[in-house]
Design a protein around this ligand. Structure first.
Ligand SMILES: *[C@@H]1O[C@H](CO)[C@@H](O)[C@H](O)[C@H]1NC(C)=O
Ligand SMILES: *[C@@H]1O[C@H](CO)[C@@H](O)[C@H](O)[C@H]1NC(C)=O
Ligand SMILES: *[C@@H]1O[C@H](CO)[C@@H](O)[C@H](O)[C@H]1NC(C)=O
Ligand SMILES: *[C@@H]1O[C@H](CO)[C@@H](O)[C@H](O)[C@H]1NC(C)=O
Ligand SMILES: *[C@@H]1O[C@H](CO)[C@@H](O)[C@H](O)[C@H]1NC(C)=O
Ligand SMILES: *[C@@H]1O[C@H](CO)[C@@H](O)[C@H](O)[C@H]1NC(C)=O
Ligand SMILES: *[C@@H]1O[C@H](CO)[C@@H](O)[C@H](O)[C@H]1NC(C)=O
Ligand SMILES: *[C@@H]1O[C@H](CO)[C@@H](O)[C@H](O)[C@H]1NC(C)=O
Length: 279
């Protein structure tokens, strides 16, 4: 009689005072971002008069044998109650759905309700991480490589793990975590400098996602580049050396002609001078 008189909101505020049943423990439920999950409230009899499911103090969905309940708009399309097995399916799970939920089950109008707490954990898979490596030229046989790994779209916040790196050769850690303001998913990245003197195969993982294996600190490409640079320098040096020497030799030859006192050259010069005299 009382429940039919009171408004839904009054009823809920009365219900909020209900303490979870003796000996009830929190049940843990896990859902994947964008997918569906089913909350199952414990049955306390063969027929139930009323069910309320609420999150913190907010009513989500339920049923009442004697009246229609006002389902909040944001849950109306996303939740479906199954009266016979006291369950609620929730679709298109988002990170903000994470938290404590309470089932309040009424056997009949007269009996005290029983309450059960369910904790919903939301997870989202990280995209395949991307690894990049860029190495310096070797100095005393050691290269400094800038390694980084990042992945996005995951939840909760993950850490970067590297396979097959010698930790004592890592310096200058930089961690970067960015949470998407709307989806609440994380973009995790980590970078550092790795000193190496031989090729290393590496991969990184964030959450359950693992990158492809990348080989870095390889000499081959750099070496062929070095060889090309050396050849170029050699050609340049040759040009710089040979061209001036040819010029110097030529200049010397040219200068020899007017030099006086050179017996070998004076003869033809004298010949030339003697020609106009002949005419
Ligand atoms: C639920 O998870 C919490 C921590 O996340 C843990 O303390 C509790 O024991 C778990 N309950 C069950 C029933 O697994
Ligand atoms: C719920 O779904 C109906 C039809 O499927 C749609 O017209 C309505 O806009 C939806 N409401 C919300 C809040 O998404
Ligand atoms: C409600 O749950 C029962 C038992 O799991 C199932 O047989 C029935 O099909 C469900 N009803 C709806 C409408 O999904
Ligand atoms: C699922 O929820 C997100 C927001 O959390 C929304 O942007 C998206 O349109 C929803 N998808 C469907 C199929 O309703
Ligand atoms: C790791 O690097 C340090 C310093 O370069 C070296 O002394 C050590 O032997 C390396 N350990 C392994 C397992 O390669
Ligand atoms: C970055 O993360 C690694 C591993 O989680 C940690 O060892 C390191 O101290 C962190 N560096 C900074 C600058 O936060
Ligand atoms: C994630 O972070 C990395 C490095 O901080 C950035 O390069 C990348 O574009 C970001 N990706 C997304 C999807 O935000
Ligand atoms: C790296 O991987 C390649 C191809 O899988 C393999 O041939 C090479 O021996 C590996 N190098 C090291 C240092 O493990």
């Amino acid at each position: 009689m009382r429940s039919s008189v009171c408004s839904l909101f009054v009823c809920i505020s009365v219900l909020l005072a209900v303490k979870p049943g003796e000996g009830t423990e929190t049940r843990n439920l896990t859902a994947v971002l964008g997918e569906s999950v089913t909350f199952r409230c414990p049955r306390i009899s063969s027929v139930h008069h009323r069910l309320y499911i609420q999150k913190k103090k907010e009513f989500i969905n339920g049923f009442d044998m004697t009246q229609d309940l006002n389902i909040p708009l944001q849950y109306k399309n996303r939740t479906t109650i199954n009266q016979s097995d006291l369950s609620m399916e929730m679709r298109n799970i988002s990170v903000s759905d994470e938290g404590f939920y309470e089932c309040i089950v009424f056997k009949s109008r007269e009996t005290k309700p029983q309450s059960h707490v369910i904790y919903l954990t939301v997870t989202a898979k990280y995209n395949i991480p991307k690894v990049t490596a860029a190495c310096s030229e070797p100095s005393s046989g050691v290269r400094s490589c800038w390694l980084s790994c990042w992945a996005s779209g995951g939840y909760p916040q993950g850490v970067v793990r590297w396979a097959e790196l010698n930790l004592s050769q890592i310096i200058d850690f930089q961690n970067n975590s960015h949470q998407d303001p709307k989806l609440k998913t994380w973009n995790i990245s980590q970078s550092f400098v790795y000193n190496c003197n031989q090729p290393v195969n590496v991969s990184c993982s964030i959450g359950d996602a693992r990158s492809k294996t990348t080989t870095f600190c390889q000499g081959d490409e750099k070496f062929s580049l070095d060889a090309a640079v050396i050849s170029a320098i050699a050609v340049l040096l040759l040009i710089l050396f040979i061209v001036p020497s040819v010029c110097i030799i030529r200049k010397r030859c040219g200068r020899r002609r007017p030099v006086p006192g050179d017996a070998a050259l004076e003869v033809p010069l004298a010949d030339c001078h003697s020609q106009p005299q002949d005419s």
